[in-house]
Structures are given as C-alpha cells and as structure tokens.
Ligand binder design. Structure first.
Ligand SMILES: *Cc1c(COP(=O)(O)O)cnc(C)c1O
Length: 389
C-alpha cells in the first residue's frame, strides 16, 4: 500500500508528449506539407511561467542557441523573456523577433573580434570571458562591457558536458577576476553551465557551492561581485521520463537558497532545452518502405541531416509515435531519413506497426538542438515551422 507520505515523496515525472494529435497533424500536413515542426505558443508560455513561479527572483535568459526560430523568439519576446546569444547571427534573429540588444546577454566565452564588435556596437553590454587572452579584445573593442567569468563545472547526471571546452578552473578564478579589473574592465559576476540535459537538480548544489567559494575569495581579494549566472541544463523528456519542471525548479531553488541565500545577488539562468524542447512536435511522413534481410525499413521525409540532427550532435533519443500504436501489431524495424547517406538512420531499436506509405508519424520534444543544427544536405529543405496556440 502506498501511504500519503510516500506519494508525496515520490518524484513527479513527466513523459514526452506531442503538442497536437494525429487528426490535427493531418490537417496541418495537408495545408503546409511535411516534414513540419509545430510549435505550441501556450506550452512555451507555460514553461516560462513555471520557471518564474517556482524560482522567484531568478531572471531567465532564453538560450537562443537551442532554437533561434522566429516563432519561438517572438513568443518569448511577447512574454517578456529576454535572450542569451552567442553570435551576431543569434543576435540578429532576436532583433528580428523584437528584442533590443541592450537587454541581451552574450555568453560565448571565446569569440572572434568580429562577433564581439558586431554585438557590442549593436548595444549588448553583458559578456562572458574565461581566459586572460580574451580581455585584450574587450579593452580594445568593448571597453564599457560588463563581464561575467565563466567557471568550468560539470555534473554527474548531465548528458552533455559543456565545460570540456569552456570555463576557467575555479582555482584560477580570482586571478582572472583581478586581471579583468586591472585591465580596467567592469567585472560583475560568475557564470557556469553544469552541462545540458542535467537530470538531477541536486548537481547544481555542488556547482553553486564552488561558485560561492570563488565569490567569497573574490570578496576577500577586494572584488565585490553582484551576478551569479547558473546557466542552463534543465532537462526535457525524450524516450525516458524526467522530473516535472515544477519539481526540478523547486529543487534548484533549494540549492540556490543554500548556496547564495545569504547574499544579495542578481541571479540569472540561461535555459535553452528546458524552455523550448517540449514545445515542438515534428510531423514526418513515410515516403517509402522496403524489407531488407527480413527487417522492415521505412524511409521518412526527415532525418539526421534535418530535425533529427539532435541524434548526432545532442545524443538525443527521440520517441517516434504512430497513430493508434497501442492497438496495432508492432515489430522491430528501421526508420531511415530521406538522404542518400546510409548512416542517415533515425532509429533501429523502436518497434512500430506496419506503416503505410504517406502515413504520418509524430515526434515530440523536437524543440531544442533539432532544426537549429539541421542542414540542407542533398538539396533537401529543412522542415518548416508553423505555430499553434
Ligand atoms: C548551450 C548553453 C545554454 C543552454 O543550455 P541548455 O542545457 O539547453 O539549457 C546556456 N548557456 C550557455 C553558455 C550554453 O552554452
């Protein structure tokens, strides 16, 4: 028997869910064609509001890297959610959606002079560095910039390590803060990223504790910091469930309280995946079928070079849904993308029913690191976007 207490303690999990059903998908596909990426404005609003209400006092800057699509940026702009960009291209996508560069955060720790100049001259003022060589670029081309020092932190439960390339070792941090100050730069705080698809919010406690140590060491060295930016990492459900966004944010809030609760800091987060991943569903259709060595092969109209590029770059394992799957006989099969590349295989280990040519499939959690890293290889178009309420 489950007691009330156990029910309360059991973590609340969420599974991947499409933002539309098959009958809506048929209507949209007949109007706009396939493949089609469908973004739900209400789901995006729900994610942002949940983050705000479960982490009061935290400022969220949407990481445009995860999906710089116009419809997503414009909806976030309407909601009042600012953006984090890494290049002039992302900045221009955000400007196009209504954002003002003065409100953006630039988080690329090691940028070209052109990237820095374009973004600074457009009006971005808050930037990130992680090494002393970067400081010369700022003093020369962006002297009024405010800086955050990016620290290298990685966590046990993150699927993607974002500290293997960037971030200063915490042991070098105070020296780098002093170097920035001595160069005449306005150094304001610290940033880090525990890694993307970070499954346990408890991992933030370790990283925040290390950041707090740097914060205190900096104060002892005469540098008063004001901003702590704890990056992204909020996970999304793919083939495996993850904590609900509420539960995740509440746990994160406890970690923030324990590590920075006693200082008057401006707290920033940069969620990409956690904001947009589950707001987009891909509609793809079966364009051909064959049996090879006894196994059914289905060729679909999107693949690794398109919205499924997250399989390659993001290690994502997308669940593929067929209509009425629970009531149809399923068997092992191969689902392959539309290009001539033999490695363009989307899945080999999901059982699906006997699919018809022209049949639609739905793929939830397609918002982050999907179309953002797609290419037009083989002369094929990247899936277009349509938005629904
Ligand atoms: C990729 C990235 C993000 C977004 O990370 P998610 O795990 O998608 O939330 C935020 N900040 C920086 C600096 C990044 O590189």
């Amino acid at each position: 028997m489950i007691t009330a207490c156990e029910t309360m303690l059991a973590p609340q999990m969420r599974a991947a869910k499409p933002v539309l059903d098959f009958s809506q998908a048929r209507l949209l596909a007949s109007e706009y064609g396939s493949p089609l990426l469908v973004v739900s404005r209400s789901k995006l609003a729900e994610n942002y509001r949940t983050m705000q209400s479960c982490l009061p006092g935290v400022e969220f800057f949407y990481a445009a890297k995860s999906n710089p699509q116009y419809e997503i940026l414009r909806t976030l702009h309407e909601l009042g959610c600012p953006v984090d960009v890494c290049s002039a291209g992302e900045m221009n996508a955000a400007i196009n959606a209504g954002f003002n560069p003065a409100d953006m955060l630039h988080t690329h720790p090691c940028k070209t002079v052109q990237n820095l100049r374009d973004c600074y001259e457009a009006g971005i003022r808050l930037f990130v560095y992680d090494n002393a060589n970067e400081l010369g670029k700022f003093t020369r081309y962006a002297p009024q910039a405010q800086l955050l020092l990016r620290l290298a932190m990685s966590s046990q439960s993150s699927l993607i390590n974002l500290s293997a390339k960037f971030g200063a070792a915490p042991s070098d941090a105070v020296e780098l803060l002093i170097a920035a100050r001595d160069a005449g730069m306005n150094v304001r705080g610290l940033s880090f990223h525990v890694g993307s698809q970070c499954l346990s919010p408890e991992d933030f406690l370790v990283a925040l504790g290390q950041a707090r140590q740097v914060w205190d060491d900096a104060a002892a060295a005469g540098i008063e910091l004001e901003i702590i930016d704890f990056g992204g990492g909020f996970p999304a459900p793919y083939r495996t469930e993850v904590l609900t966004l509420e539960e995740y944010c509440i746990a994160l809030g406890r970690a923030l309280e324990m590590s920075f609760g006693d200082v008057n800091a401006r707290i920033i987060a940069e969620p990409g995946r956690g904001m947009c991943a589950d707001t987009v569903t891909l509609i793809t259709s079966v364009l051909g079928k064959n049996v090879r060595n006894g196994t059914p092969w289905y060729i679909i109209d999107d693949g690794l070079y398109g919205a499924f590029s997250g399989i390659v770059y993001d290690h994502a394992e997308f669940p593929i849904l067929a209509e009425n799957q629970e009531h149809r006989l399923t068997s092992p099969c191969v689902l392959a993308g539309p290009t001539c590349d033999s490695s363009d295989v989307v899945t080999r280990d999901q059982e699906l029913p006997d699919l018809e040519i022209g049949e639609l499939l739905l793929v939830p959690t397609m918002g982050a690191y999907s179309s953002a890293s797609a290419s037009g290889f083989n002369g094929l178009d990247i899936a277009r976007y349509v938005e629904i309420e």
